[in-house]
Write a protein that binds this ligand. Structure first.
Ligand SMILES: [Zn+2]
Length: 400
């Protein structure tokens, strides 16, 4: 039986297996669901075995387990390590879902479920691609190893130590990250670079007690205004980020990359309309598409607990962006400087808390080329309408 024939004849089974994964609420952030996360790891193991992978094992960690499987029957061929994760984001607010998040439902040819495109749909496409090749041709053209973790949504805490202690088992020539997307239906993509993440939380406090704006307003600096002024100075008029050293290690796009970007089917005006925003932003001299994946950014990720009257509470800001942990510190210093410039007499207490530093997947794979294999397109990740286009799944497997 040919590969294409196997793929088309087994679509129902592939879909049933995908649904079995999607039905398990493997929400890693929720301690009450630790058992569900473990159950999902077992289901991943079952499907790896079914695909013909060998040495399939569920490795316990201090947190959620890592599932491993391999097939090393290709002599003198390179070894491809596929990364993915079987944990999902919480489904809240659950009433915003049209169909229940853990009851996969097909509407308009799309599978709606939590985890459909982050990342159960993707990594299982890779597993099924192995299955299809094994069942139709009896072998693979390359050696493969799979590492499917259960803690991506909580910062992959135990992945680095796991990789460190299983160096030999995981040795590979190429790494494929399944947690990415196709550019568009019919347009497979190879993602060879990812933006990392550095994250700081800023707290601004005003006076020691709550102040009535009608009595104190105008005479006392307002924390909301002070923070807004600082944020507005983090980028200049040209859209350049003003954190010293921010661009030092940024590898600029080559002429070839820029012309490749330009050839992709992307319409900035369509994109703007789809998002319903009045205009697009960004660093002068770069296109929106280049901004989205080829350039670093700095973003305000949330402003919370704003209480200026009656109720005391800090104002919290989360700024996201950048690719080096050192830049998280540079950003914190920049914020500190701006604040000091603004209020030399320091009537406010100002704190910067570095809450999270996360470097996307590059931390443990030094020396390996990173490829994000994109088997999925037309998706919405992690929102309350997470979905994946059903037919594309097969296309994704073919691509792999
Ligand atoms: Zn993911």
């Amino acid at each position: 039986m040919s590969l294409a024939q196997y793929l088309s004849e087994n679509q129902d089974q592939f879909q049933a297996d995908l649904f079995r994964l999607l039905e398990i609420p493997s929400v890693s952030t929720d301690p009450a669901r630790k058992g569900e996360v473990a159950r999902c790891a077992e289901e991943v193991k079952r499907q790896m075995l079914q695909a013909g992978l060998e040495q399939v094992q569920v490795f316990e960690t201090p947190g959620h387990p890592v599932v491993y499987g391999q097939w090393l029957g290709a002599v003198d061929a390179p070894t491809v390590l596929v990364y993915g994760h079987y944990d999902v984001q919480p489904e809240d607010p659950v009433d915003l879902w049209t169909s229940p998040p853990f009851t996969p439902t097909i509407r308009d040819g799309k599978v709606y479920a939590r985890g459909a495109t982050d990342d159960k749909g993707q990594f299982i496409a890779h597993v099924k691609a192995v299955q299809a090749l094994m069942k139709s041709e009896g072998q693979l053209p390359v050696n493969v190893k799979f590492v499917i973790e259960g803690e991506e949504e909580i910062g992959s805490r135990n992945l680095a130590p796991f990789l460190e202690s299983h160096r030999e088992l995981l040795a590979a020539d190429v790494l494929v990250v399944s947690d990415s997307a196709m550019f568009a239906p019919g347009q497979p993509s190879i993602v060879y670079g990812l933006r990392g993440l550095a994250y700081v939380e800023v707290e601004v406090f005003g006076a020691d007690s709550d102040l009535h704006s009608g009595v104190f307003g105008g005479a006392v600096p307002n924390p909301g205004f002070e923070l807004a002024k600082i944020i507005s100075q983090l980028k200049d008029e040209q859209g350049r980020i003003t954190v010293p050293g921010f661009y030092d290690k940024v590898v600029d796009l080559t002429a070839q990359e820029r012309s490749d970007y330009a050839r992709l089917p992307f319409d900035a005006e369509e994109f703007r309309k789809e998002l319903n925003v009045p205009g697009l932003s960004g660093e002068a001299g770069y296109t929106p598409l280049e901004h989205r994946s080829g350039r670093p950014t700095l973003e305000v990720n949330g402003i919370g607990r704003l209480r200026f009257l009656q109720e005391r509470g800090p104002m919290t800001d989360q700024l996201r962006g950048m690719q080096q942990p050192a830049l998280g510190i540079a950003l914190a210093t920049r914020l500190q400087d701006l604040f000091a410039m603004q209020l030399p007499s320091r009537p406010h207490r100002f704190q910067i808390v570095l809450t999270e530093l996360k470097i996307a997947l590059s931390l443990t794979m030094r020396g390996h080329r990173q490829l994000g294999g994109g088997p999925i397109a037309d998706f919405q990740v992690s929102g309350h309408q997470e979905h994946l286009q059903a037919g594309l799944h097969i296309e994704g497997m073919m691509t792999f």
